[in-house]
Design a protein around this ligand. Structure first.
Ligand code: ASP
Length: 316
């Protein structure tokens, strides 16, 4: 029996340390802890890595703290268009939805596609219709909207007009949630869900629903979920690239992930981060921004959460 592990992220768009109030930190930490525990309980009850990833992501989609589900980013037209995917390492089964507007928990729709087997990906209104036919909870657009995202959209539009977009904070731009897990049967899984970035063009699809880019899992190698400038994750096929470095170069999980995030992607000056776990239960969570909401429960059952460079250990 494998000792299970789970790791999650709540996006690399964390506010600068000085701007993060005690209350913000407590809320974020609470959301991360709840998501980790939901996944961990699933694993300890003998649930699969896919079940654990879905359980953890649903909690973060339901929390207004994170850019996914309730609290998701708004596109340039003031609309929420959500992306999500999930992958099972055992057989490379995968499901993904993109540009969905009415599914309360897009990760559940991705899971339903995974279970159906084919197609791997559905987009737009037909993805919404698939979720409704599958009996998933459907909501109005207003369900996803929070004051913080409305303010971020207004601020980014103003900066775009002034030509000062580069000064926008990572928190205004980014978000995304993701989870990776190793279950007691030794299987890996990964999942990612996002509203994309604030003020993104209508119809823009990021890396989060792209298998091999924002999400990837392969038994015996690793499971990866990413956050950051999706266009670069797609071009570098980040999830698959990390798995390939491990499988073909024999690199450790930490070395492969650090290389891709801190060398390959950092060279563009864009924000990026991932969480990943390998078949031995090693966990890594590199990022090149000020911070990344993240947490994990290791094989000894120790829970850790962090926002910036420091990571706190919490006794379960
Ligand atoms: N990766 C997401 C996207 O490009 C955004 C983010 O994680 O900040 O849609």
């Amino acid at each position: 029996m494998t000792r299970p592990v789970i790791a999650i992220h709540g996006g690399c768009g964390v506010m600068a340390k000085l701007d993060l109030s005690g209350a913000d930190w407590a809320d974020a930490r609470h959301g991360l802890g709840e998501a980790l525990l939901a996944g961990w309980r699933t694993l300890n009850e003998g649930g699969s890595a896919v079940d654990a990833v879905e359980a953890a992501i649903v909690i973060m989609e339901d929390s207004p703290q994170f850019n996914a589900g309730h609290g998701a980013a708004l596109n340039a037209g003031g609309i929420h268009e959500l992306d999500a995917s999930i992958m099972r390492g055992a057989d490379l089964g995968a499901g993904a939805v993109t540009l969905v507007r009415r599914i309360r928990n897009p990760i559940r729709a991705a899971r339903a596609l995974l279970e159906q087997g084919s197609p791997v990906m559905l987009g737009g209104p037909e993805a919404d219709n698939f979720a409704a036919r599958s009996g998933l909870d459907m909501v109005e657009q207003s369900y996803f909207t929070t004051e913080r995202r409305v303010a971020s959209l207004a601020s980014l539009k103003a900066k775009a007009l002034e030509g000062t977009l580069k000064s926008a904070s990572e928190a205004e731009k980014h978000g995304t949630v993701g989870a990776v897990a190793l279950d007691i049967a030794g299987h890996l899984a990964a999942g990612t869900s996002t509203g994309g970035y604030n003020n993104k063009p209508e119809g823009r699809i990021g890396d989060s629903p792209i298998i091999g880019a924002g999400t990837y899992a392969r038994d015996g190698v690793c499971a990866v979920s990413g956050t950051g400038a999706g266009e670069f994750f797609i071009r570098h096929a980040v999830g698959h690239e990390i798995a390939s470095r491990i499988a073909y170069l024999g690199e450790s999980l930490a070395a492969a992930a650090a290389y891709v995030i801190k060398s390959d992607l950092a060279s563009y000056g864009i924000g990026a981060g991932i969480v990943a776990v390998d078949a031995q239960g090693n966990i890594t969570a590199p990022f090149n921004t000020d911070g990344m909401f993240r947490g994990w429960i290791d094989a000894d059952g120790n829970l850790f959460v962090g926002t910036h460079a420091d990571v706190s250990s919490v006794l379960l």
